[in-house]
Design a protein around this ligand. Structure first.
Ligand code: AMP
Length: 480
């Protein structure tokens, strides 16, 4: 019988330890199917959804195979959205932590210069959206001559968003014939063509993922446009969710709904494409941590984003694209937990609703509007929950992070310091080995060094009186 833990794959100690600290005790179906082939370096085409553990399915074998010593990127991961790029980068950083794997996220809106500087450092994995990645390739800031692995993540989404030509242009720049893995929730003709043109005898993997299939209770409510806000407030009371995403069509609608709930002292924040990237990431992280209960968002928040335990999704506006219904409602009912999706539909939208129902293959049951009595009966429980602080969700990387201390040194490139100088000095301190040193980031006038395995204080104390290359640097714990 096949063992149901990760030992069967004979991964290195560093990767196994990271999986253990991330609480990844047994492989998910997609990991079980992908890992043996990926470790044998076969090309793969994998039909799998988000939520199946697909990111780790490619990140584990790639982290295992990466050669730390090489400075130029060895893996290139293309994703349809910035949010997904950041998330994939985090998965690589978590899984590759004890192997000191450095991943960079490359996406639009963030200044090009910042990413250019990051790429000058040792970078094992480059994760990015096609437009910005192509930009880096054409400007010579992303070097491809050591790329051994290429992953096209959510290939169907890249196709829907019109990125396929850019993806092909990127692949045409490769001179190395890397191992290619293509992940896609659906495999339309264009994706098959892409695979036929660029993949070499790929292994076909289909993930059914029945255990992880979302258990979502769907419902539609017929609501006139002018009653939407008041109905939303009633639904919130009656459903009283722990966490809820409310999807709107445009950013103005997001603002309107957000302000309405905010004025009524809901625990609420918002997310749309008009906000700057760093604010979006902050909001997303706060929501992931459980700092507030209601997130009002446009579809930018629906794609590929991994937030656990959303109990309710409300489609305040019917999605414009049929696929978006699946993405939006797929935010709830993840990892086998129960979830609910309520869609508001105005009398003029019946036709669009029929299109969605045809696409998803079932009729969404009609729900009646909450009655005055129902609202009255539930309002106390609702007020009580609103007054309580939402429960903090466990950070997935908490155990990995807890053992890491990031130290700041006041010297870098200008003082001609290199990573090897830091490793050489720190690894020789009593009680230390090179395996206790994590990612090193050298800037012009400063350097950040991660110290692993809870040895941060030991190194901090020792380095206050230990010179590096004859220079005594100032050292303290880095602010995040
Ligand atoms: P993904 O499909 O890559 O978006 O992953 C969905 C979620 O599953 C993420 O929160 C992962 O951290 C989590 N995950 C991935 N692999 C495992 C595993 N083997 N055990 C437990 N959780 C996992």
């Amino acid at each position: 019988m096949m063992s149901n833990d990760f030992k069967q794959f004979k991964l290195s100690q560093e990767i196994n330890n990271a999986l253990y600290d991330l609480d990844y005790t047994s492989p998910t179906e997609v990991q079980q199917k992908v890992l043996p082939h990926a470790l044998e370096e076969r090309d793969l085409i994998v039909k799998a959804q988000t939520g199946s553990g697909k990111t780790a399915a490619f990140a584990i074998p790639i982290c295992e195979k990466i050669k730390w010593i090489e400075n130029k990127p060895q893996a290139l991961i293309l994703t349809p959205t910035r949010e997904l790029a950041v998330q994939v980068k985090e998965e690589f950083t978590n899984i590759g932590r004890y192997k000191r794997i450095k991943a960079a996220a490359l996406y639009g809106k963030q200044p090009f210069r910042y990413q250019q500087d990051e790429l000058k450092q040792k970078t094992h994995v480059a994760v990015g959206t096609p437009g910005r990645v192509l930009d880096h390739i054409e400007k010579g800031t992303l070097k491809l001559d050591k790329i051994r692995y290429v992953v096209l993540d959510e290939a169907d989404e890249m196709l829907n968003m019109g990125f396929i030509e850019q993806v092909e242009a990127i692949l045409a720049h490769l001179s190395t014939e890397p191992i290619m893995m293509l992940f896609s929730a659906t495999v339309p003709e264009e994706i098959k063509n892409l695979s036929a043109n660029f993949l070499n005898e790929p292994v076909d993997i289909v993930v059914h993922n029945e255990e992880a299939a979302p258990k979502i209770e769907h419902g539609v409510m017929e609501v006139g446009e002018e009653e939407k806000l008041s109905t939303l407030a009633k639904v919130a009371v009656v459903e009283n969710p722990d966490t809820c995403i409310i999807f709107c069509r445009t950013k103005d609608r997001v603002d309107e709904v957000h302000d309405y709930l905010y004025d009524r002292e809901y625990s609420v924040d918002k997310l749309h494409g008009g906000m700057d990237q760093s604010t979006r990431l902050l909001v997303m992280n706060d929501f992931k941590r459980g700092d507030f209960r209601y997130l009002v968002a446009t579809d930018v928040a629906a794609r590929g984003i991994d937030i656990e335990n959303i109990s309710l999704v409300i489609n305040y506006d019917l999605p414009m694209e049929k696929e978006a219904y699946v993405h939006r409602t797929g935010r709830t009912g993840r990892a086998g937990l129960a979830g609910k999706a309520i869609t508001f539909v105005t009398p003029f939208e019946e036709e669009f609703l029929a299109g969605i129902e045809e696409f998803i293959g079932f009729t969404i049951p009609k729900m009646t509007l909450p009655t005055h009595e129902e609202v009255e009966a539930k309002v106390d429980a609702f007020d009580k929950k609103m007054a309580a602080r939402p429960e903090r969700k466990k950070q997935k990387s908490a155990k990995v992070d807890a053992k890491i201390t990031k130290l700041y040194f006041n010297g870098g490139k200008k003082k001609k310091l290199r990573a090897i100088d830091f490793v050489g000095t720190i690894a020789k301190l009593p009680g230390m080995t090179a395996a206790d040193i994590g990612i090193i980031t050298i800037l012009d006038a400063s350097t950040f060094v991660e110290i692993l395995n809870g040895k941060g204080q030991l190194v901090l104390k020792a380095m206050k009186t230990t010179p590096i290359k004859g220079k005594q640097l100032k050292v303290h714990i880095a602010n995040n």
